[in-house]
Ligand binder design. Structure first.
Ligand code: FES
Length: 163
């Protein structure tokens, strides 16, 4: 999911109620909330803790253990940079450095204008055209620094036009 959607305590609770009887319910609940909302709101932490009879600290512990989970809303677009072997061999480290500098953020962060978030991934199944990135649902291969800049400019332009 690329952007946060509206949520309410009721919508969060219905996700929890649907999954809380599963064995090891915490992870499926967290995944479902993040898929639905885009991140894990603080309000959800209390609701999960109450519903699973755990402390908020225990829920926070699970969230912080798994890098996948976010506790802040994602940007309008999420850029994932592949750091796995084939992409490393084709220069993804310099690409990621360029992306960090250009966007002014590190992995798991969102730009101040909330347009882009950046995440690391480990193989996008696109090794033949490494280095690869994914922006939202679209995978891009042979991403040079210039190609990255051009992609970014396209997304910026689309957002400007959309207002
Ligand atoms: S290693 Fe990057 S796409 Fe497979």
């Amino acid at each position: 999911m690329s952007s946060a959607t509206e949520w309410t305590a009721t919508s969060i609770q219905s996700i929890i109620d649907r999954l809380k009887h599963k064995p090891g319910a915490m992870l499926p609940i967290l995944h479902a909330i993040q898929d639905e909302v885009g991140y894990i709101p603080e309000q959800a932490v209390s609701q999960i803790a109450d519903s699973l009879l755990q402390t908020r600290a225990e829920v926070h512990g699970v969230i912080s253990f798994y890098h996948h989970f976010r506790t802040t809303p994602p940007g309008r677009h999420t850029i994932e940079i592949c750091r796995a072997e084939a992409c490393q061999a084709m220069g993804c480290r310099s690409l990621e450095q360029h992306a960090k500098t250009t966007l002014g953020i590190d992995y798991h962060q969102t730009t101040a204008d909330r347009r882009f978030s950046m995440e690391a991934v480990y193989c996008l199944g696109n090794c033949a055209t490494a280095p690869s990135i994914r922006i939202d649902d679209d995978i891009h291969g042979r991403v040079s620094v210039d190609k990255f800049d051009a992609l970014l400019a396209d997304y910026q332009k689309q957002m400007q036009e959309a207002g």
